[in-house]
Write a protein that binds this ligand. Sequence first.
Ligand code: ADP
Ligand code: MG
Length: 341
Amino acid sequence: MEEKSIETLGEFGLIDHLTRNSKQFSSSTHLGIGDDCAVLMANDEEHLLVSKELLLEGIHFDLTYVPLSHLGFKAISASISDIYAMNGKPTQVLVGLGVSSRFTLEAVDSLYEGIHRAAAMYGVDLVGGDTTSSVSGLTLSVTVLGTVAKGKITYRKGASVNDILLVSGDLGRAYLGLQVLEREKAVFMANPTIQPELDDFDFLVKKQLMPEARKDVVEVFAALGITPTSMIDISDGLASEALHLCKASALGCVLFENKIPYHEDVVLNAETFGLAPLTCAMNGGEDYELLFSVSPIDYEKLKGNPHFTPIGYFTDRHVGCKLQDNQGALHEITAQGWRHF
Ligand code: ADP
Ligand code: MG
């Protein structure tokens, strides 16, 4: 058997390993590790939601092409996305900042301009954090708090066989945007007199640099009186997130290749980067769209809604998690998982 190491465990194996013996000491912890947010008892009507996001320079972002204001905005969006994934409403954020002396005051001002802009957009208050010097590079951590009515809370678990799987927006744009930025960086490194050509890739680059969490989707659910049966936000690619829902709900699923929604710029440009749109959607990431399921009855209320695309359905777990290609053949869905180590 392969010896256990951080590398062989991977991201989710490592989290399982580190938390396998955690005990619960507080009676107000309703749900600990394992979903997009932890769920804490608040009052008779509501639960409290809390989640944390950690972003490291050189791992999650490259400041040669990521403007600091965009980074601040993205850090808030990425953390708030986990509140929406529980069908909740974000209320407060706390920001942890590690910054080295290579950053100017102007630079951190710019980071906070993005943080404040996002806070205003989502209607959340910045209520605290922590600041420290760092040996090198920038570290940014965001803790987000939110609330959700007890009857509306949506977990990764809870789906039933034949529930319809839907996705908001379109997929793959953020990953392709990253490829555009990496390509322009390589060109610039080779010849600094060449200016980056980003104009044709606005929709891709913007989605990568400044993704917006889907506040509107949770509002549509409320307006239509729908509570999804399961939900997760797409931070790591559709494959990984679909597997999370299946595992949590103890079900299988079938997704249809020809149903996955793409922006036309993904269809137009993927090939130039040696990628298929399907790869960008399944194994890319950072789209911050929502993947969720509804009962066939609730699906009637969402049919034809331009915000959502039905991409598959839940099955018995023995079917496994499958992608049906355009010829009708079924393929096992596999997640690449962690790419950072
Ligand atoms: P997401 O992609 O929604 O942010 P993750 O896949 O990062 O979720 O995390 C899965 C679960 O593991 C979450 O409940 C998260 O809070 C928990 N988790 C992640 N890292 C740690 C850690 N170092 N210690 C304890 N719990 C963790
Ligand atoms: Mg999540």
